[in-house]
Design a protein around this ligand. Structure first.
Ligand code: GLN
Length: 204
């Protein structure tokens, strides 16, 4: 199978590598490719939307004419992993913890309200062990991370953290074939990439 990583900005290489390692661990033959143009979305069995800066990724996607096609691909049921900025792009409602509504270009397919930069500045980045329903315990790295303020069906929370200032926050969400995380699993684990590959292979 062919799996794609949206490669406009952000930690693209880490997702490509995580897909390769996940495929090897599952004994699935999968080629991981960079997606920069709409035609490169054709024939993908799974997709990752990386972390980075969601406004930049969204604006680039819009300018390159890939945003609408990307939305169609996710809506069509291609198993998708979206991490951090990627999760922001997928959400239906987005605001920033300081500046409020952002008006940024969105895919708006995930039934979730997201607050960007919810834990403060870069220096407030942190790590935690997180129990994720259906995935297991993972080491989670939060870098200027968003939180999911709420979800509504068919989206549902599959992981939480208790943060000293932010309180109990939703940090991972599943909606059908879509997994979205506020943290960066591509930096520490192959578990999420394996989950979307298994969805693609019809095992999960
Ligand atoms: N703060 C970024 C945003 O809101 C996300 C940060 C990240 O992807 N690590 O787009």
């Amino acid at each position: 199978m062919k799996v794609g990583v949206l490669a406009l900005q952000g930690d693209v290489e880490e997702h490509l590598e995580a897909f390769r390692r996940a495929a090897a661990e599952l004994n699935i033959s999968a080629e991981a490719v960079r997606v920069k143009r709409a035609d490169q979305l054709d024939g993908l069995s799974a997709l990752a939307i990386p972390g980075g800066e969601s406004t930049t990724i969204g604006k680039l996607a819009q300018r390159l004419g890939i945003l609408d096609r990307l939305r169609t691909v996710v809506e069509s049921g291609v198993p998708t992993l979206a991490t951090c900025a990627g999760a922001v792009l997928l959400a239906k409602e987005v605001r920033d913890s300081v500046v409020g509504p952002t008006g940024q270009p969105l895919l708006a397919v995930l039934n979730a309200a997201v607050v960007r930069n919810a834990y403060g500045r870069q220096r407030d980045s942190f790590e935690a062990n997180v129990d994720v329903e259906g995935i297991g315990t993972v080491r989670a790295v939060f870098i200027r991370a968003p939180i999911f303020a709420k979800t509504w069906p068919p989206a549902r929370a599959i992981a939480h953290v208790d943060h000293p200032r932010a309180g109990r926050a939703i940090v991972a969400v599943r909606q059908d074939h879509v997994l979205a995380t506020a943290f960066h699993p591509e930096l520490t684990t192959t578990a999420f990439h394996k989950a979307v590959l298994e969805m693609a292979a019809g095992r999960l």
